[in-house]
Design a binder for this molecule. Structure first.
Ligand code: SF4
Ligand code: SF4
Ligand code: SF4
Length: 255
């Protein structure tokens, strides 16, 4: 099963209802922010902001007017997920829905996932010493509900469903936009990092939306993955060995 959200930016009005719904459902408080010259608010992802509308614009559209390029962004639930590769505690895993989830009970607060996330969407909760990000509303989808952001979008810009069903829908929509005169319309998330569970119909190139064109996992992440895994096995084996030796010694003392 691969659940996916298709975000059609051509239908997004930047209303931020999805951003608010995410906060409400996940009981995330508001953040105090300052005006920084853009309507985008807050400026960054954080432990309490898991999704937000990124504001960009083209100076002039075909009618000579500013054309907004709004996009709901957050964790992309990448198939090739850097966060899973680097987590030394196996606290980040792929769910049965094909999404990526952090188990807060296993998170040891090392922050490696935040440092290595391809899209820089993980927030680090210093008070709880835990990394946090969009859960793809794991608690809702396991109960047959659709994610809060998709449920609330008033314009139908977010469609939630099976990836295999959403791909043709997305391709059709891109074609429709191209036929209507937008030759730049394209699909993002189909092939990037072997597929993102957040797929986008874009009206312009990914960079215009602040999205990475051809994202790649950093070499250092691969090296960390290759080197750390055997070391982790050694550490666990050493811990078991120490426990076994200690138990033997304690038994001798009590005899
Ligand atoms: S966007 Fe970042 S946190 Fe989300 S799956 Fe990809 S690497 Fe992990
Ligand atoms: S899926 Fe849920 S947690 Fe993720 S952005 Fe949407 S509302 Fe927030
Ligand atoms: S709720 Fe829908 S229209 Fe409003 S900002 Fe989010 S994706 Fe865009």
């Amino acid at each position: 099963m691969q659940k996916t959200m298709l975000i059609d930016t051509s239908k997004c009005t930047g209303c931020r209802a999805c951003q608010a719904a995410c906060k409400q459902w996940n009981q995330l408080p508001a953040e105090q922010t300052a005006f920084n010259g853009t309507y985008e608010n807050p400026a960054n992802f954080s432990p309490v902001t898991w999704t937000k509308i990124v504001f960009n614009y083209k100076d002039k559209d075909a009618n000579g007017r500013v054309h907004w390029l709004f996009s709901k962004q957050g964790c992309m639930h990448c198939t090739e997920a850097a966060c899973i590769k680097v987590c030394p505690a196996n606290a980040i895993y792929r769910t049965d829905f094909g999404t990526v989830r952090i188990d807060p009970d296993r998170c040891i607060g090392c922050n490696y996932c935040a440092a290595n996330c391809t899209y820089q969407v993980i927030g680090f909760d210093r008070a709880a010493n835990v990394a946090r990000k969009c859960t793809f509303c794991y608690d809702r989808i396991t109960n047959g509900e659709i994610p809060a952001c998709a449920k609330t979008c008033p314009t139908g810009a977010i469609t939630y469903g099976e990836r295999s069903e959403l791909i043709p829908l997305a391709q059709q929509r891109v074609q429709q936009l191209q036929q209507a005169g937008n030759s730049e319309a394209n699909l993002y998330g189909l092939e990037e990092l072997n597929g993102l569970a957040m797929m986008y119909v874009l009206e312009s190139n990914p960079e215009s939306y602040g999205l990475i064109e051809n994202p790649r996992i950093k070499l250092s992440t691969h090296i960390w993955d290759i080197i750390f895994k055997p070391v982790r096995i050694l550490v666990v084996a050493a811990a078991f060995f120490a426990l076994w030796v200690n138990r033997g010694e304690s038994k001798k003392e009590s005899d």
